[in-house]
Design a protein around this ligand. Sequence first.
Ligand code: FES
Length: 64
Amino acid sequence: MIICICRRLNEKKISEAIDAGAESAPAVMAHHQTRFNCGQCRHDIAEMISNSQDIETSTDIAAE
Ligand code: FES
């Protein structure tokens, strides 16, 4: 599914950026050597980052 229509970034590309260490929506854009145009995707990207961090935290707790 396309998350950023302006830059043609789908969920997979955004996940790649997050997996590579992007911790903010602008960092996701920078990973793909671009930046926001309209900015409407910013919230969805931030939510994906937040969900990813929640998963990492719960995995850390489960490992302890
Ligand atoms: S939808 Fe991402 S910058 Fe417009």
